[in-house]
Design a protein around this ligand. Structure first.
Ligand SMILES: [Zn+2]
Ligand SMILES: [Zn+2]
Length: 305
């Protein structure tokens, strides 16, 4: 497993490194209960759209699982791209899926030469249908579920369901409900005694999410805030959050959790974070940054207490 970031901060004003990357060793609980293993989550992209230094949503879990495949994937070196075995997709919108087909194209020669099986793309059935109809249709992009050959393709599209717990590469990942304009989900990574890393995906207000999270020990919550309060109507009809809505949502989450804001549009980060700062939330809220690294450390012998 890799223990150093694959990508560095591209250094725009939007994502300049005034705040050091998150390095939160998630300590095990005091009872030293066994964990499901160490994990590392790297932020490849966390912007609502593109501009210099801004990349759309993608996270790299260890070195073989992508969670969403936005433009951030394009900063990975070719050898790192070739190690990806699974891609989890939250929904069909372009900012979350556009690197799937490009990645398949980039790694086809190496994977074929090594006779490796297809990259598993895990998504809701409606998302898979959208990918087949609108992306891998031979018009927008070649059908990599049948290339380079139908019996040895680059991609396999694997349906998932909300509430399902996936066992992927030794990791447990639960599919969470999301409320968006298209069928959508979020993902929760089980860090064992270190707690859960939760990514909401794109979502508007969603009571079901908070019902589920109330039963989990959430260590890190990555939640979207796509619009500022001046665009709250747009947020409502596009089923995203604005700071005021975020405040209502976070009030459902007990304790004082590390909350990381994602999906802010380029150029709006300072204004949105200022509005969030005025919420007076009990949680520890910061803006997510490209290059952030969150580690889940499996060291039971170092348990405190
Ligand atoms: Zn979306
Ligand atoms: Zn999005």
């Amino acid at each position: 497993m890799r223990h150093r970031p694959l990508v560095s901060n591209p250094g725009s004003a939007e994502h300049s490194a005034h705040v050091p990357p998150t390095e939160h060793p998630l300590l095990p609980s005091c009872n030293g209960a066994p964990t499901t293993g160490s994990m590392i989550v790297q932020v490849l992209g966390c912007s609502g759209s593109i501009a210099a230094g801004c990349r759309t949503t993608s996270f790299l879990l260890d070195d073989d699982v992508l969670i969403d495949a936005g433009t951030g994937v394009g900063d990975m070196p070719l050898d790192a791209l070739a190690r990806v075995e699974h891609i989890l997709i939250s929904h069909s919108h372009l900012d979350h899926i556009l690197a799937i087909g490009l990645l398949a194209d980039s790694v086809m020669r190496e994977r074929s030469a090594a006779d490796r099986g297809p990259i598993q793309v895990h998504a809701l059935p409606e998302t898979i249908a959208a990918l087949r109809t609108h992306i891998f249709n031979g018009v927008i992009w070649p059908d990599f579920t049948r290339l380079p050959s139908a019996d040895k393709p680059m991609l396999a599209l694997v349906p998932i369901a909300v509430g399902e717990v996936l066992e992927i590469g030794g990791k447990r990942i639960e599919v969470l409900d999301a409320a968006h304009t298209v069928p959508a989900c979020g993902f929760a990574l089980d860090g064992g005694s270190a707690g859960w890393w939760v990514y909401t995906g794109d979502t508007g207000p969603n009571p079901k999410l908070w019902e589920r999270l109330a039963t989990m020990r959430v260590a890190h919550l990555v939640i979207e805030t796509a619009f500022g309060d001046d665009e709250r109507q747009l947020a409502r009809i596009s089923r995203h959050l604005c700071p005021a809505a975020l405040g209502h949502e976070l009030a459902h989450l007990a304790g004082s959790i590390d909350v990381h804001i994602t999906h802010i549009k380029p150029g709006e980060r300072a204004a949105v974070m200022a509005e969030i700062g005025r919420l007076g939330s009990q949680h520890k809220i910061r803006a997510l940054e490209i290059g952030d690294v969150m580690r889940f450390v499996d060291e039971p012998k170092r348990a405190y207490g």
